[in-house]
Design a protein. Structure first.
Length: 257
């Protein structure tokens, strides 16, 4: 079974055919997808989608680009939403110094508050980190230590070096790999895939974004994951069936399915 560990099916890019597309996933071999919140509003939509479809689970959290919208009332709402039966993680949360939509201190503050929420609820975290390798790693390492190793989760759409990946997998975190691994300029990620422990690798779409080759630039969805699996299999010198089996197992361990 293919498990998409990171999708945004609440995105308006799916407004025209969301139901038909979601209902076609199983036929394409995709047994489970996890919809990821990125704002308060999309976290609410995620909870609604997860309630509607048996094969859809959700994560709730506020992305660094929307960090400025958070306040104590927002945190209380996230806390309530995270108690939902189908909510399996807190995310996506983290730091984004590429867009720098919110001041960095504001990003860091709400990132740490949401890490604390995940620990309080005993949920894994879904981490977004863009152009913020050092600060993200530092906060993750500190929180991991303070929580005595209880902090767990996935570094989604991993864009760091093989060395940074090793730091994360050493703490037990999973590395999320998607369409970028099929790109010609995805050399750095290919090296990560070649070197990380196989039991720490999960696959994701981040749809509607980051469609794999040969659909690069088009709207992405979970039915394109076989292209990601094929490239991982090639890089690791194992079969596609084996890659699918291992990444399914890892996704189940990550989210507790
Ligand atoms: Ni995402």
């Amino acid at each position: 079974m293919i498990i998409d560990t990171h999708a945004h099916y609440d995105d308006e890019a799916f407004d025209e055919d969301r139901d038909a597309l979601l209902l076609s996933l199983r036929e394409a071999g995709v047994g489970i997808a996890v919809n990821i919140g990125a704002s308060l509003e999309s976290s609410r939509r995620t909870a609604a989608l997860a309630a509607k479809y048996s094969f859809l689970y959700g994560a709730v959290g506020v992305h660094p680009d929307s960090a400025a919208e958070l306040d104590e009332a927002g945190m209380r709402e996230l806390s309530c939403l995270s108690d939902g039966e189908k909510i399996v993680a807190v995310g996506e949360i983290g730091l984004d110094y590429y867009w720098d939509t919110a001041p960095r201190e504001v990003q860091k503050y709400w990132f740490e508050r949401q890490l604390a929420l995940a620990l309080e609820k005993d949920l894994p975290v879904v981490i977004h980190s863009r152009e913020a390798v050092q600060d993200t790693l530092e906060i993750m390492r500190r929180t991991y230590q303070v929580s005595e190793g209880k902090l767990r989760g996935v570094i989604h759409c991993f864009s760091g070096s093989a060395e940074t990946a090793k730091e994360y997998t050493g703490m037990g975190f999973y590395i999320g790999v998607g369409g970028v691994v099929t790109f010609k300029n995805g050399k750095k990620l290919k090296e990560v895939v070649e070197t990380i422990p196989l039991d720490k690798l999960v696959i994701e779409t981040d749809c509607p974004y980051l469609a794999p080759v040969p659909y690069r630039g088009k709207r992405n969805d979970s039915t394109y994951l076989p292209f990601v699996i094929a490239e991982i299999a090639r890089l690791r010198g194992i079969s596609e069936e084996e890659t699918e089996r291992i990444t399914e197992q890892n996704a189940r361990a990550l989210y507790g399915f």
